[in-house]
Design a protein around this ligand. Structure first.
Ligand SMILES: [Zn+2]
Length: 330
């Protein structure tokens, strides 16, 4: 599974430009899988259930945060805006990669007050162009961070772990899942980072009876960080609340019960800032009972997002157990 995570995370896919990720996921699907792509670009994989089950949608987003070029100056330097929640702090000296494979280095202007975190408009990108005429990049071109996947002890680090790790987990569950009573829809969504947009349309199209997002969450286990009762290596985080939704209590309890019955240690997640695809699916059509299984992640929205590999395996085990049996959400 690590090689799959490597290729998924190293793939180019800022929001709205998920083509390469979608193509890679298609190549990894089980033979003969029934698939369709909707108008937004969501990849929807359907697996028919044995009988007597529910229509369950699992969502993981293919897109990652990135930058979009807004201006090329007289010396060939690029100015850019954000695609999704790009943080200033990790940028300086970093590199970005454009779709055509061009690399850019992120530089920072001289600051009047270096003690304050600079806004994005103080940064520029240097693609080695001597002037605008020779610049290989145009206004509107998008780029992702350029950083390799690496193993660090029991942890793995990459750009776009948010949410390629969720995509890898869905693929693994699809491969490993035996007989299931449920009609399952594995949905690889687009444009989550710019406002859970793909989840809204795919949730409407699939019309699930129950929905689960599989996405990352933050942790409270690094020096002097904001308090949060989630740590790396302590198992899947079962969503109770985030800033975009209250998990359906029946769905949350189903996941907690499944973890307990399987002897899978898990954590209860209350995320103060941020949300997932589940928030959009929950309010699609006349409403859908929705929850979320989260992968604890350090350094989210930086080029080095870190997860614990044991947590990843435990999320797969939890989903396999949950989907193999009839579901009671009250
Ligand atoms: Zn995410």
């Amino acid at each position: 599974m690590k090689e799959l995570i490597r290729s998924l995370t190293e793939c180019f896919g800022p929001s709205g430009h998920e083509e390469a990720v979608r193509a890679l996921i298609r190549r990894e699907l089980p033979r003969g899988a029934e698939t369709r792509v909707d108008a937004m670009g969501n990849l929807i994989v359907h697996r028919t259930g044995a009988a007597g089950g529910r229509r369950i949608m699992l969502a993981a987003h293919m897109d990652e945060i990135g930058i979009v070029v807004t201006h090329v100056d007289q010396k060939g330097f690029l100015r850019f805006g954000n695609v999704g929640g790009v943080l200033s702090m990790p940028l300086t000296g970093g590199r970005v990669r454009f779709a055509q494979g061009i690399t850019g280095v992120i530089g920072l202007e001289k600051l009047e007050d270096p003690s304050r975190v600079p806004s994005l408009d103080k940064f520029y990108i240097d693609v080695g162009a001597p002037g605008p005429a020779d610049c290989p990049v145009r206004v509107g071109d998008v780029a992702c961070f350029n950083r390799d996947f690496e193993e660090v002890g029991a942890r793995i680090v990459a750009k776009a772990m948010d949410d390629r790790i969720g995509c890898a987990i869905l693929l693994e569950v699809m491969k490993e899942l035996g007989r299931s009573p449920h009609d399952l829809y594995f949905v690889f969504t687009v444009q989550e980072e710019v406002g859970v947009r793909g989840a809204g349309t795919s949730g409407y199209g699939v019309e699930p009876e129950i929905a689960l997002a599989v996405d990352i969450t933050l942790t409270g286990d690094t020096p002097e960080c904001a308090p949060m009762a989630v740590a790396l290596g302590s198992g899947p985080a079962i969503k109770i609340k985030d800033s975009g939704m209250l998990a359906h209590t029946g769905v949350k309890d189903w996941l907690l019960r499944t973890a307990e019955a399987g002897g899978i240690p898990c954590q209860r997640e209350v995320l103060v800032r941020g949300t997932t695809d589940a928030s959009a699916i929950q309010v699609s059509r006349a409403g859908v009972p929705a929850g979320c299984v989260s992968i604890p992640t350090r350094y989210a929205h930086s080029p080095s997002e870190m997860v614990d590999y044991g947590d990843v395996e435990a999320v797969v085990q939890l989903l396999l157990r949950a989907l193999a049996e009839p579901v009671d959400i009250g």
